[in-house]
Design a binder for this molecule. Sequence first.
Ligand code: BGC
Length: 718
Amino acid sequence: MKKDDEQRIKDLLGKMTVQEKIGQLHQSGPSIVGAFNVDLEEAINMVYDGRISKAKFDEMMSSENQDYHENDLREGKIGSYNGVSDAKTIYRLQKIAVEESRLGIPLLFGYDVLHGFRTITPIPLGESCAWDPDLWERTARMSADEATSAGINMTYAPMVDVSKDARWGRISEGAGEDTLLACIYGVSKVRGFQTDDLARKDALAACVKHFAAYGACESGRDYNRVDMSMQKLFEEYLPPYEACVKAGSRGVMSAFTDLNGLPCTVNRWLLTEILRDDWGFTGMVISDAGAIAECVIHGISEDKANASLQAIKAGVDVDMISGAYAENIESLIESGVLDIQVLDRAVMNVLQVKSDLNLFDDPYQTGEEREKKAMLTIDNRKLALEAAVKSMVLLKNDGILPLKKDMRIGIVGSLATNSGEMTGTWAIKAQGNDCVSILDACIKRGINHIYFDNPGETGNEDVDVFIVAVGESKIHSGEAASRANIDLSQENIGTVKQLAETGKPVIAVMFNGRPLSIPRLCEDVSAILEAWHPGVEAGNAILDLLFGIENPSGKLTTTFPHAAGQCPVYYDHINTPRPAGSSKYTSKYLDIPSLPVFPFGYGLSYTSYSYSDLQVKRCNEGISVSIKVENTGKRQGEEIVQCYIRDLAAKRVRPVKRLVDFIRINLEPGEIKNVNFHIVSEKTGYYDWDMKFTKGDGKVEVSAGGCSNDCLSKIIYI
Ligand code: BGC
C-alpha cells in the first residue's frame, strides 16, 4: 500500500461515526418496487416456475422499477451494492454517495461476472476444457472491460470450488474436478480481471469464491454439509483459493456451507488464520448472499446479533445483503461485546480495496458513452467464438465427422433453435437474441438443412444426416440446481431412438452444465459433440467443428459417470486394497462397468497423435520429464499433453494419478514435438498423517499422454 493511501484511510476512519463504519460493511441490493411488490428472490422463483415470462422479469428488473434505498445511501449506511449493472444507475448512485453523504466515501459495485458480461463465453466448466491459461486470461480481460464500462468494480469470480460430483449444479461454475487445473484457471482469471494495475479504469477486482470447499457438499446437494479430512482439504480443496489470493485477488467470498461442522461464515480459522495469517491476504472478505443471517437457520447462532458477532470476529468484513450487520453491530459495540477495533479492521479492509481501485480519486470510472461502445464488439464476439471452439469436446466419432459441405442436414431438438438457452447459468446480463443457435448458423451460412419440430416426421424426409440437440436447460445447472438423476430426459432418449430407427447417421450435440450419464447415447449415435452452454457464438462454433473448419481440441476436465449412483467419480481416486476386477471381492458396483463412460482428460480430434520416447529423470529440484508427440494424421491440430504422477509407497494412500502439468501444443501433419515438463518437488508432495507436508520419496510412477487413462509411464525413485 502506498504511504499516502494508508494515511488517507486512517484519516477517514478517524472521522467516521460508528454508523458510518457499519455502513461500509453493509452491502445493499436493489429491491423491486412499484406495481410488482415482490422481492428479487420471489421474482426469480416466479420466472423459474413459469408464473411470469423472462420478458416480464426483465421489465421488473429495469432500473426504473428498483428501489436503491437512496436515503440510507445519503446517510452513509451503504458501502456497496450487488446487482446494479448499468452505467447510468451506477453513476447516479455514486454521485449520491460522493456528493450527498457526509464523508463522500465512494461506493463499490459488485456483480457476478463469471463467463462474460454481455458477450457470454462458455460456462466455466466448458471453458476449462480448453486447458488454455492464455485464453482464460483473455476472456476474463474482455469481460472486465465490458463490466467496468457499466461501472462495476468487483466480480464475484473466479469460482474455484473443486467439484467431483456431477449431481451438484454448481459444478458448471468451476474448472472441474482437478486441483491443479482449478489453480491455473483461477490465477489466469484473476490476472485477466485485475491486470497488474487495479487503478486502471478497465480493471475489475476479483473475488475468489466460495471459501472453502463448497464444491464438496455432501451428496452433491447444494448448501449441504462439507465434512473432510484436513489432508484432503489442504491437498485438494484449498490450493486454488490460495493460488488466487497469492495472484492478488482483492476479494474473497466465504461459502454458505459448513466445513467440518462450522459454517465458513463464522470460521475464524479459515477466514483469519489461514487466509490472512498464513496466506497474507490483505483485501476484503464478503459473506455469501444472506449467509450471516442464515447462521441462525444453520443452528450456530440463536439470533442475527450473535451471527453478526461471530461473523465479524471470524473475519467477514462485508455482509452481503442479509442486513444483519446493519441491524446489530451498533448495539454489539454499545453493549461492549464487540470491540471497536474489530469493526475498524473490517472497515479498513473495505476502504483499502476502494483505494486500490482508485475510487477515492476517480469514483465514476465510466459513463454511458464507454458502456455503449464496449459491449459485444466484433473482437469480443471473435474471442467468444475462439473460446467456444476450444471448449467443446468431441466425445465420439465413428467417421461421420467432419460433415461434407453438400450434405442435407436434418436438425432436431428445441435446444438447436433456442438461442436464449446457449448462455448457461450466471449470465445475468445475457440477452438471448445475442446468441447464435445451431439453426441460426445454418440459415446464415446457407446450409442445406431442414428443421423438424416433430421428430416423428423425420422418417419422411430425404436427409443425409441428423443433428440432434440434447442435454439440459440452463436452469438445470448452477445454484440450487442439483440433480439426483443425471440421465438424459425421456424426451431426448425417445427422440434419439426415433432418429436412430431411420437408419441415417445421427450426431448428438450436447448442451449441459454438468457431466450427464450417457452410456446409451454413446451406443445409439454416430458422433457426440459436448458443447456445454457455449455462449453467444454457440451455433457458429458448433458448425465450424462439425464441418471441420476447426479441428476439435477440448478435453474433459470432469469425469462422465455411468449413473448418478456412481457419483462422486473422478480420475484421482485411490487404488483401494482391491481395485475393480473380474473377481467378486473387488471395489465396484454390480450393475455398471467400473470405468467411467468418459475419463478426465479425454477428447477426440480429426487428426491423431502418437506418443513415444518418455524420458523421466531426477533433477536438482524434482523430476524432469520429456515425451515425443507426433501428429500422425492428415490435418493440423492442437493437442493437450498431460503429465501425471503416482506415489507407489507413501506414508498415506495416494491417488492412482495426479495431474502435475499440462500444455496445449500445435502440431502440423507429420510434425513431431518434444514436450518437457519439470515437476518441482512440491508437486510430488502431500500431507502425512500428522499434517506435516512431505515432499514424497521412494517409488513414483510418472506418466504422460493425451488422456488420464492413456499414457506412457515410467517408474522412478526419488
Ligand atoms: C451465490 C454467489 C454469488 C452471490 C451474489 C449467491 O447466491 O452463491 O456465488 O456471488 O449470490 O450474487
